[in-house]
Ligand binder design. Structure first.
Ligand code: SF4
Ligand code: SF4
Length: 191
């Protein structure tokens, strides 16, 4: 994105502080925007106690969901599906649902955002071993396909859904906190 090439650093910072809320850009533009924000403000964000707090809750919620997916047999089911059915549900186009804020959250959680699609028929973030990013979209987190509903006991899925709900809530809180951080910064700079 040309913004970062601007020699007037103050102007660039001001522009960057306008964290875009929608999804109306190509995924590459949104990734470049998130990368620019991370380079410019990443260390300030990571030093902010409130951001640290929401990131730590979100990270913990992601880890809990993943643990329960393992325990309930969802990971085994999805691995078998990917190997034997070629059936990934991570289809091309899902990446369009991502906002810059969610992409930036990924950077803050330590995920890299690749500049190229690896699987030509799959989601931008799909790699050989599944999803490559930590902060997935709610659509991804909530998705329990027919195969899972058929093969995993209902009580196990209900348990998993509670963790999925907690992860989605933590993601929402983190994204809102991030937006608020930029909003406050912009106001402080008179924007
Ligand atoms: S969620 Fe369903 S479709 Fe997707 S990989 Fe798992 S089993 Fe396959
Ligand atoms: S889980 Fe990851 S790879 Fe799959 S659709 Fe969601 S973001 Fe894309």
């Amino acid at each position: 994105m040309s913004m970062v090439d601007n020699s007037d650093r103050k102007k660039v910072k001001g522009k960057l502080l306008g964290l875009p809320h929608g999804t109306d850009y190509s995924i590459l533009e949104k990734i470049e925007w998130a990368d620019s924000l991370f380079e410019e403000f990443g260390s300030d964000l990571l030093k902010d106690p409130r951001i640290q707090d929401v990131l730590s809750s979100y990270r913990a919620a992601i880890a809990e969901t993943s643990k329960v997916m393992e325990e309930t047999g969802v990971i085994a089911e999805c691995t078998d599906c990917a190997i034997n059915d070629g059936g990934s549900c991570c289809g091309k186009g899902i990446e369009a649902k991502f906002t810059v804020a969610l992409l930036l959250l990924n950077r803050l959680l330590g995920s890299r955002l690749d500049k190229e699609r690896q699987d030509m028929d799959g989601c931008w973030f799909l790699g050989e071993r599944g999803c490559k990013i930590a902060a997935r979209h709610t659509i991804c987190v909530n998705y329990l396909c027919k195969r899972l509903q058929r093969n995993i006991a209902r009580n196990k899925l209900q348990r998993l859904q509670r963790y999925i709900g907690a992860e989605a809530d933590a993601a929402f809180v983190a994204e809102e906190e991030l937006k608020q951080w930029f909003h406050t910064r912009k106001k402080m700079q008179g924007g």
